[in-house]
Write a new protein. Structure first.
Length: 164
C-alpha cells in the first residue's frame, strides 16, 4: 500500500524475505502499513501508547513527539478497575481493597508514566474515586457518609489510596 512509495519493490521484497525467512517472523499484510507521522492528524498506536507529532505549545514553528496512553489502553484499564471495584467486592475489607487498587494502579502508572500521561492519570484518579464512593454507599443498608468536615477524597487519602 504506502510502502511502495518509500521503498523500491526489490528492497521491500528483500526486507520481507529477511523478516519472514531469516528471523522466522510472519508479516501481517492487513496490519502492516507505513505512516508519515509528520503529517497533521497521523498517529500510531503501539504497545498501549499513541505516538504522534504535535505543534509546539508556545506557538513556535517546531513540532515535538508526543507519547500518551492509547484510548484502547485506557478503556481496558477502566474495565479492569470496574472489576476491582464491583458489587462482588462488598465483602472485602476496605483497607485490603485499597491495597489491591494501589498495587494495580502503581503498576499501570509505572508502565504508562513515559511521555505525557498527566491528563489520563487525572481522568483515572477521578474515575477510581467516584467508583470507590459508589462502592462505599452500597456496602451497607445505610449509605456511607464521611464525618463532618471530611470529604470523600480526604477519607480515601487517609486510607492510603495512591494518586497517579
Amino acid at each position: 500500500m504506502g510502502l511502495a512509495r518509500y521503498v523500491s519493490p526489490r528492497l521491500r521484497d528483500w526486507i520481507e524475505g529477511k523478516l519472514e525467512g531469516w528471523l522466522g517472523l510472519q508479516v501481517n499484510r492487513e496490519k502492516t502499513r507505513v505512516l508519515d507521522l509528520r503529517q497533521p492528524g497521523q498517529s500510531l498506536d503501539f504497545l498501549g501508547y499513541t505516538f504522534r507529532q504535535d505543534r509546539d505549545q508556545y506557538g513556535r514553528p517546531q513540532r515535538y513527539w508526543n507519547l500518551v496512553p492509547s484510548r484502547k489502553a485506557v478503556a481496558r484499564e477502566r474495565e479492569t478497575l470496574r472489576g476491582l471495584i464491583s458489587p462482588q467486592q462488598c465483602h472485602t475489607p476496605l483497607p485490603e481493597l485499597v491495597g489491591r487498587l494501589n498495587r494495580h494502579l502503581r503498576g499501570w502508572a509505572n508502565y504508562f508514566g513515559l511521555g505525557y500521561p498527566r491528563n489520563v492519570f487525572r481522568y483515572l484518579n477521578h474515575f477510581v474515586r467516584c467508583r470507590l464512593g459508589k462502592h462505599l454507599h452500597r456496602r451497607s443498608q445505610r449509605g456511607w457518609r464521611a464525618r463532618k468536615g471530611v470529604s470523600l477524597y480526604a477519607h480515601l487519602e487517609r486510607l492510603g489510596l495512591v494518586r497517579l
